[in-house]
Design a protein around this ligand. Structure first.
Ligand code: SF4
Ligand code: SF4
Length: 471
């Protein structure tokens, strides 16, 4: 991250410690103030819509295949109902590279936008768990008071209810998570059949539930600030042109308390009334007025809090807003820079390439190789025969009736050993066939040949290049 010059800042000690750790190295529990506002409403709309999508997707199927499945145990991955096997590692490698470049470029341009708006950790933490907490224990000050007071009936029932609901939601998330790993049908079996038939599945469910409960009830913002690798990468990805949640220090400083009917300019004060509401609402406990910090998850709650205060005292909104460091310094409104536009073009090209590769992925794949150990055979008509073995996998969602034919040299013949069976959905076949060439088709010891696998409509699915041996 570029060093941010804050002309007004005298005390830089905040950079030496984490906002959630006290002087003695103990965890400081964050009690963010409940804040409403335009950005919070928009985030709720977006976040809850994403949650609906997240919960609906495991039930969606195309041609009997789930839309997404990451079955690590059976090494079967389904993306947009297209099945991928370990043999498709090439596509996975490409997907991963594209994804990493995409994430890096997206962050360079849009900062940590993903964290605040689309990350499941933030959505569950801020829009589900935090809401439950506010509902049962009240706003930040009531929560602090409750935690300070000795155990009594009120504290007991509130804590019991809260943690029971926390665990219940963790159990639901665990089911959701598992539905992406084993599929909704297997998950239904775990839920409806005797536990003794699904010991492994049931144990996984409980372990995941406990893990999610621990993350959302206790770890909380520590995941974003200390554990998540994406969060840790911000330091190298964000630049002065990146869109971040920024405090307009040019307009805000020098900060000073609000006094009714005071001319702040004459009093030598900037627009920040030092009310600390932006700090009070922050779920990671930072003061955004210190500049962009790794802990900021772009939740925009400080924008809502500051806008509310600005409105209350009759000053223009937007003292904290989405802007780049450069725009704050130069007092410009947000505009995509040439570099950002270039990155967006690269992102679109990468997405196009990966889309094209996925579309062109053959529905039947495998190998066709000349059989080693079988020497060339000469027929009575003076032709030459080589034996080949095929191993073919149907990666599509329906049975494939295929034929194997010679493409090059033309007019060469194929003689199947046995019949070529229909390849069932996700099925695998193997067998052998002879390729027969005339003497004039042979070009030395090794003749390059091309063999094609065709579908029912005689469309070429996959082309194999191999050699024909003759001496
Ligand atoms: S600084 Fe603002 S946007 Fe960043 S985490 Fe805190 S409240 Fe959210
Ligand atoms: S909420 Fe706005 S006015 Fe209040 S301290 Fe934060 S930046 Fe200053």
């Amino acid at each position: 991250m570029d060093t941010i010059e804050l002309p007004y800042k005298k005390d830089e000690s905040f950079r030496d410690k984490l906002s959630t750790i006290d002087e003695r190295g103990k965890r400081k529990w964050i009690y963010p103030k409940n804040q409403s506002g335009k950005f919070h409403t928009l985030r709720q709309l977006f976040g809850y819509s994403l949650l609906i999508v997240l919960f609906v997707v495991p039930f969606l199927k195309v041609d009997g295949e789930p839309l997404f499945l990451l079955d690590v145990v059976h090494r079967k991955f389904i993306i947009f109902s297209r099945v991928f096997y370990p043999q498709d590692f090439f596509y996975f490698g490409l997907l991963m590279i594209t994804f990493i470049v995409f994430v890096a470029l997206f962050t360079v341009v849009f900062g940590r936008l993903f964290c605040g708006w689309a990350c499941p950790q933030t959505i569950f933490m801020e829009l589900v768990y935090r809401k439950i907490e506010y509902w049962i224990e009240g706003d930040w000050k009531e929560q602090m008071a409750l935690n300070k007071q000795k155990m009594n009936f009120e504290k007991l029932w509130k804590k019991t209810l809260k943690h029971s609901l926390f665990y219940l939601v963790a159990f639901v998330i665990s089911n959701l998570f598992l539905s992406y790993l084993i599929g909704i049908d297997d998950l239904k079996k775990i839920a409806t059949e005797p536990i003794s038939d699904h010991i492994a599945g049931f144990t996984t469910l409980i372990v995941f539930s406990l893990a999610f409960y621990g993350v959302f009830a206790f770890l909380r913002e520590q995941v974003c600030t200390n554990i998540c690798p994406y969060g840790r990468m911000q330091g190298v990805l964000l630049g002065k042109d990146s869109l971040v949640i920024a405090y307009d220090y040019v307009r805000g400083e020098p900060r000073g308390k609000f006094k009714k009917n005071e001319d702040r300019k004459l009093a030598g004060k900037g627009d920040c009334i030092d009310c600390r509401q932006c700090v009070n609402v922050c779920p990671t406990g930072i003061d955004i007025r210190n500049g962009t910090q790794l802990e900021c998850i772009n939740c925009a709650l400080c924008i809502d809090a500051c806008n509310f205060m600005m409105e209350s005292v009759g000053l223009p909104k937007g003292l904290i807003r989405y802007a780049s460091e450069y725009q704050i310094k130069e007092n410009l409104s947000y505009k995509l820079t040439a570099r950002a536009k270039g990155y967006i073009v690269v992102l679109l090209i990468l997405l196009g390439i990966i889309g094209l590769l996925l579309m062109k992925r053959p529905p039947v794949d495998g190998t066709i190789l000349r059989s080693y150990g079988y020497l060339v055979e000469k027929t009575q008509e003076g032709k030459y025969k080589n034996l080949y073995t095929y191993k073919l996998l149907n990666k599509s969602n329906h049975p494939q009736k295929i034929t194997i034919e010679i493409i090059q040299p033309k007019d060469a013949k194929i003689e199947m050993v046995g019949h070529l069976p229909v390849i069932e959905k996700e099925g695998f076949i193997q067998g052998s066939f002879f390729v027969i060439l005339d003497k004039q088709q042979i070009k030395g010891l090794k003749t390059a040949i091309e063999i094609g696998v065709f579908d029912e409509k005689h469309q070429l699915i996959k082309k194999f290049k191999t050699n024909f041996l003759a001496f």
